[in-house]
Ligand binder design. Structure first.
Ligand SMILES: Nc1ncnc2c1ncn2[C@@H]1O[C@H](COP(=O)(O)OP(=O)(O)OP(=O)(O)O)[C@@H](O)[C@H]1O
Ligand SMILES: [Mg+2]
Length: 294
């Protein structure tokens, strides 16, 4: 039995009939377009709707989320993987009881772990499915193998783009890389687009239409438009004060846009059609991918 199969068996044994969390991975082709703000503000909006939310900061370079939260985590994912900490010990609770887990230096070297240890990790991550309804994964900038691994393991991919021409072409490049990933499945992972830093709603729609046209023509990939977030000085100010704008200024135009997007993601039609893969399966998918690539 190879390791991927072992992991599948572990999940079958441990994960039924447990609930599975909805895993939403936020990404972009180009850096600095607003991924971390999207993650944190959607987290606050989902909390306001009564959902239990955990953010996994998978940006192993710069710890974005903790800076925006103004909270310093004591532990990170590496402490669970290598130091035997349990899942509850590595969650830091921020404003409005949004939990977050810092990725630390990540999942490098995971494929060398013993089977017993992988069972330990998968069991712990499976517990996350009982703690959270929604897990938002914030990824780093650029199209790296690590980011693609997270994307193919997610039920929902949230692509953030801006009206800058380079942002649109970089979004296209990311989707192209995803399309050609050996384990990408367009039925298992839905791609949803947010237009950020727009001057008006129309600019967002035009931006999406452009992207949708080339993606449909050359990649034959379905993508869905979630809406636009305006360029907003109140958001920049909130970032400076290490507060999500949705908390600091709930009436700000960007906060209202996040509220509308969160509502759309939770509505019956969109909310029920997503694959709720759960955290254990998400993680196993990544480990299995690493094994195959080694
Ligand atoms: N809607 C907006 N209105 C005004 N400023 C914005 C908006 N969205 C993002 N910004 C600004 O852009 C900066 C980058 O945003 P953010 O950190 O969320 O991007 P990112 O995609 O996570 O970046 P990185 O790729 O470095 O992780 C923020 O500091 C913020 O000031
Ligand atoms: Mg970021």
């Amino acid at each position: 039995m190879d390791q991927a199969e072992q992991l599948r068996n572990i999940i079958k044994a441990n994960n039924n009939p447990r609930p599975a969390a909805r895993i939403i991975t936020v990404t972009s082709g180009k850096g600095g377009v607003g991924k971390s703000n999207t993650a944190i503000n959607l987290a606050i909006q989902f909390r306001k709707m009564g959902q239990r939310v955990i953010i996994l900061d998978a940006d192993f370079g710069l710890a974005n989320i903790e800076i925006m939260f103004g909270a310093v985590p004591k532990h990170n994912l590496c402490d669970l993987i290598y130091q035997g900490k349990n899942i509850r010990e590595i969650i830091t609770w921020g404003p409005m009881e949004v939990g977050f887990i810092s990725g630390g230096s990540g999942i490098v070297g995971l494929s060398n772990l013993s089977r017993d240890y992988l069972i330990y990790i998968v069991q712990n991550l499976a517990e996350l499915d009982t703690i959270a309804d929604i897990i938002i994964v914030d990824t780093g900038a650029g199209i790296s193998d690590a980011v693609l691994e997270f994307l193919v393991a997610s039920g929902e991919i949230l692509l953030v783009t801006t009206p800058e021409p380079t942002s649109i072409t970089d979004s296209y490049s990311l989707l192209k890389a995803l399309r050609h990933h050996p384990r990408f499945s367009e039925t298992a992972s839905q791609i949803k687009v947010i237009a950020n830093k727009v001057d008006n709603q129309n600019e967002g729609q035009v931006l999406f239409n452009k992207l949708n046209t080339v993606v449909g023509r050359y990649l034959k990939l379905p993508i869905m438009y979630l809406g636009a977030v305006p360029q907003d000085s109140q958001l920049s100010r909130a970032v400076m004060q290490q507060m999500p704008v949705s908390l600091q200024s709930p009436g700000a135009k960007s906060a209202l846009a996040y509220e509308a997007i969160a509502a759309k993601m939770m509505n019956k039609e969109l909310g029920q059609s997503v694959t709720k893969r759960g955290m254990a399966a998400f993680f196993s998918h990544i480990v299995a991918g690493k094994k195959n690539n080694d």
